[in-house]
Each structure stands twice: as structure tokens, then as C-alpha cells.
Write a protein that binds this ligand. Structure first.
Ligand code: 86X
Length: 502
């Protein structure tokens, strides 16, 4: 009780000063996460459960990822389009086979003002049914192929399990790509090209290691032929998290929506389709992987602000000259292409500003005080490891450039080391259970049978959720002759990642 009071008091103090986090990442991960996304000014809670305000500190990151991906898909000759938010029940039901399981998540508009609509209208949970009737209309002959469209939009899925900012929200932002080809070979190739872009978003921008692989039959998108994904891992919770998916739909939707074309030989043929998406979840994974007890830690490549310049005027120092040095430092760095600002507010102390910008995860801080001024230098402090260095103004741009790329690299390497330390290769059921309880990312030899995966799910059901396959990595370790499945004892066909997941 005493400690609870102390905790409440502590929380009270934090609220007043606006500084520091109440929770520690390793002690109470869930509370830490909720606190850090709010205190870091990425998220504001909203009065509808599962809906969140994405603040500018979030949106600039999203825009950076968007700019990269959008430019890359344009190089592939994929075009942007925008389809309506609404879909009639009639059209939504057109693919009822796979919709069935999702139906409870669909949100409906039933009224305008006080009057009931003639027919209720659904809000898109994904846009297959919205788009594919028009694919059918627009595709006539082989010269109309490939048809490759993407849209940037929001979707709504009325989730009932515990909502988490970015990770599981009822409305989220994504891009959804939908493409149609004359041949399966072309579709297969695109699936992997898009998956590679998703890997780059995680690894090169967000500094998060991912595994590329194929989903099991149980975990794939049921409406498609096969699903590939990039899978990340959250060491604190020991959970895998699907980072993005790239599906080959085969000809299932072509059949349902009659998306046919006349091929070169003059025969009717069905198109081969893909669909692929990544969402604002990417940003939540970044917060979970890199954040620490001081708050957010943003990789320089995506940080809204890469460098914050803070004046440190001592009582009798020449404040004007220090402020001027801050302004010229910002000018120099901005001209060199870095996202830089100075915090020249006079109602906050330097110490308060340090904590504030650490909370927001700005990769690099530059401090300028009287001594720096006298020596024609600045002091830089890294957010990732706290290392300080005095830099002569003459080599500012070159050194900052190097430090920022070092931060980007260090974040990725640290995340990879941590993730790799969680990977546990197992061979038996007992080892599997031990590794699961130990929050490991499990790599296991598997017979690749759906019934066996269902059985593993059933046998591991519990408060923390069941274990399932995350993916079968494309990069397969050697599978020695005679290796048996950890769960069924049958001959193993492949190495597959298993674990609890988000
Ligand atoms: C599956 C599949 C697919 C295009 C992607 O993963 C990439 C982008 N779509 C989406 N899915 C649903 O089809 C779905 C359908 C309904 Cl009606 C729903 F309420 C929720 C859904 N969730 C996922």
C-alpha cells in the first residue's frame, strides 16, 4: 500500500513538471508503451476506444515512409488511385467465403440524420470488394494488363481484443496495393519485389530487423493462394509481430469477380492477382523496439527532427551571442539538409529541455554554452547511448552527418543483437514449451501440417495467448536428414518460426 501511494505521488509529480516516465520498459512494458507514445507527443487518446489521434510527431514519420514507398512503387509503374470509403452490403458479401470470419469487425452506417438509410452501408475494412468489380470492367484484353493500382487510405476494423496505439487500432492508415497480371510468373515476382520494399522500410528506415518468409496455410490470407510477410519481434513481451504482408491471390478473386481477359491466342483467360499492405503499425513496432526509460528513441532516417539545438546560458554569460550561435548552427545544418531546430524558449531551463527532447526521441542534441562559444565548438549528445563529444564548428556538418549515420547503424545493430539473442532453435516439445515460457522466438523443425499447427495452438492455449507459426523463413538453415517435427514426431519438412504474437 505504501509503495502504491509512493507510486501515485510519483505520477503526480511527473504530471506537474511534464518530465520523465512513471513506468520502466523492463518492469511494466504495457504501461510504459502507453505512456511513452503520449508523453512523446505521438498519440493522443480519443473518446472512442481503439481510436487515436496521430499527432504531427507521428505523421511526419508516416510521411517519410510514404514518400519512400510511393516513389519505389512508381518506379515499378504502379499507379495511385482512390476508391470510396463505403461499400454496400451486396458488394461486400460478394466474397462471402472469406468475409464470414471477419463479419463481426465490419462497421456500418445505418442513418443519415434521423432517418434510416434504405440500405446500410459498410465502411471498408479492406478494399477487395470495392475495387475488383472495376478490375473486371477495366480489364478486357491482354493489352490492359498488368493493371497495378495502389491506394493510400484509412480502413476500419471494429476489433474487440485489447486496443493498443498503432499496434491494434480500430481505424488505421495503410497503403493497399491490388494488381492483376496475365501470368502467375509475373505475379510471383511482384510479391517478392514488394516484400523487399517492406524489408527496407523496417531495416533501412526504422532500424528494425525482420524475417522474410511465407505464412502457413492456417495463418495465410484465406482468400489468397499464398502469403508472404516480414516478421518483427518484441523482446520485452516475447511476441512476434507481423510487419507487413504481400499476398499472391492466385485466381480466386478473378473467379469471384469475373476478372477475365482475351489472351494473345484469342482465348478467355483469368487474371492472376496480388495484394499487399503495410500500416501505421510500423511506427508502433519502432517505438516498442527502440524506446527506453527516457522515452522515444527515433532512428535519424525517420525522425521528424534529427537535431535539437539548446542554448546553455549561464548567469553572467553573453546570452545574445549564445542564442545567435544557436541560430547560425541551425542555419548551417538545415542548409546541409538536416532536420534541425533550436529550442530558444526562455521559460524552460536547459535541463528541462534536455528531458523534453529526450522524451521525444530526437537523435542528436547540440548544446551551446559560454565555453563552447569561446572555443568555437559545440557539444553534441547522442540520444541512443548518451555519448557526448565536443565538435569544432569548422567540421560541424561532416561530423554530424557521420554521427547520425552511426546512430542509425547502432540502433539497427542493437535491435538485431537483442532479437538474435531471443532466437531459440529447438527440436522437441519440451524444449518448445520451455522456450515459449522463456519468451523466445522459436525456430523449430516442422512437418508443415495444418492439423499439427492447430494442435499446437490448442495445447498452448492460455492467458497469454496460444503459440502459432510466424513464418517459414525463405532463408532456411540446413535440415539434417531424418529430422523430426517437434510437435508431431513426423518427418520435418522445414524450419519455421513459432511464438506468441500480436
Ligand atoms: C484480409 C487481405 C489483404 C488488401 C491484405 O492483407 C493486403 C491489402 N487486403 C486483408 N482481411 C480481410 O479481408 C478483412 C475483411 C473484412 Cl470484411 C474485415 F472486417 C476484416 C478483414 N481483415 C483482414
Amino acid at each position: 500500500m505504501a509503495s502504491r501511494n509512493a507510486n501515485a505521488r510519483k505520477k503526480e509529480v511527473k504530471k506537474e513538471t511534464g518530465l520523465g516516465l512513471t513506468y520502466k520498459k523492463d518492469e511494466n512494458f504495457g504501461e510504459w508503451y502507453s505512456e511513452v507514445v503520449v508523453s512523446g507527443e505521438m498519440i493522443e487518446y480519443y473518446d472512442i476506444s481503439g481510436c487515436y489521434i496521430l499527432r504531427p510527431w507521428t505523421m511526419t514519420i508516416w510521411e517519410t515512409l510514404q514518400a519512400f514507398f510511393d516513389a519505389e512503387i512508381k518506379k515499378m509503374n504502379i499507379k495511385n488511385a482512390y476508391f470510396p470509403l463505403f461499400v454496400t452490403e451486396n458488394v461486400l458479401q460478394k466474397e462471402k467465403d472469406h468475409i464470414e470470419g471477419f463479419a463481426p469487425e465490419v462497421a456500418w452506417v445505418t442513418k443519415s440524420g434521423q432517418s434510416d438509410l434504405e440500405v446500410p452501408i459498410a465502411i471498408r475494412p479492406t478494399s477487395e470488394t470495392v475495387m475488383y468489380p472495376y478490375f473486371s470492367k477495366w480489364i478486357r484484353g491482354h493489352r490492359d494488363l498488368p493493371l497495378r493500382l495502389n491506394q493510400w487510405c484509412n480502413v476500419v476494423r471494429w476489433e474487440f481484443s485489447h486496443p493498443t496505439p498503432f499496434i491494434r487500432s480500430r481505424e488505421f492508415l495503410w497503403q493497399e496495393g491490388h494488381t492483376a497480371f496475365a501470368t502467375k510468373v509475373e505475379a510471383d515476382q511482384e510479391v517478392l519485389e514488394i516484400l523487399e520494399l517492406y524489408r527496407r522500410i523496417y531495416e533501412e528506415f526504422l532500424a528494425i530487423p525482420v524475417v522474410k518468409g511465407r505464412k502457413s496455410e492456417l495463418e495465410k490470407f484465406a482468400g489468397g493462394l499464398y502469403t508472404t510477410s516480414v516478421e518483427a519481434f518484441i523482446p520485452n513481451t516475447g511476441r512476434g509481430i507481423q510487419g507487413a504482408t504481400s499476398h499472391c491471390l492466385g485466381q480466386n478473386f478473378a473467379k469471384m469477380f469475373q476478372i477475365n481477359f482475351e489472351n494473345e491466342k484469342g482465348e478467355r483467360a483469368m487474371v492472376w492477382q496480388n495484394s499487399w499492405a503495410y500500416t501505421t503499425r510500423t511506427i508502433g513496432v519502432m517505438v516498442m523496439v527502440h524506446g527506453d526509460d527516457k522515452g522515444l528513441v527515433l532512428p535519424p532516417r525517420v525522425a521528424s527532427l534529427q537535431i535539437i539545438v539548446v542554448p546553455v546560458p549561464y548567469k553572467d554569460a553573453n546570452t545574445d551571442a549564445i542564442f545567435e550561435a544557436c541560430r547560425s548552427t541551425v542555419q548551417k545544418l538545415s542548409d546541409a539538409g538536416f532536420r534541425t531546430e533550436a529550442d530558444l524558449r526562455d521559460n524552460y531551463s536547459p535541463g528541462w529541455k534536455y528531458s523534453h527532447w529526450e522524451m521525444k526521441g530526437v537523435p542528436l542534441r547540440i548544446e551551446i554554452g559560454p565555453k563552447d562559444l569561446a572555443n568555437n565548438q559545440v557539444r553534441v549528445v547522442r540520444r541512443d547511448n548518451g555519448v557526448k563529444k565536443d565538435i569544432p564548428v569548422s567540421s560541424l556538418v561532416e561530423q554530424v552527418k557521420e554521427i547520425l549515420s552511426s546512430i542509425q547503424e547502432t540502433l539497427f545493430n542493437a535491435a538485431k543483437e537483442k532479437r538474435d539473442a531471443c532466437i531459440k532453435v529447438i527440436n522437441t516439445w519440451d524444449e518448445f514449451i520451455a522456450a515459449l515460457n522463456d519468451k523466445k522466438l522459436i525456430l523449430a523443425p516442422w512437418c508443415d501440417e495444418e492439423e499439427v499447427e492447430k494442435d499446437v495452438k490448442a495445447r498452448t492455449k492460455g492467458e497469454l495467448g496460444a503459440a502459432k507459426t510466424l513464418c517459414t523463413p525463405f532463408d532456411q538453415p540446413r535440415l539434417p536428414e531424418g529430422t523430426l517435427c517437434f510437435a508431431s514426431g513426423k518427418p520435418a519438412k522445414k524450419w519455421t518460426y513459432w511464438g506468441r504474437s500480436y
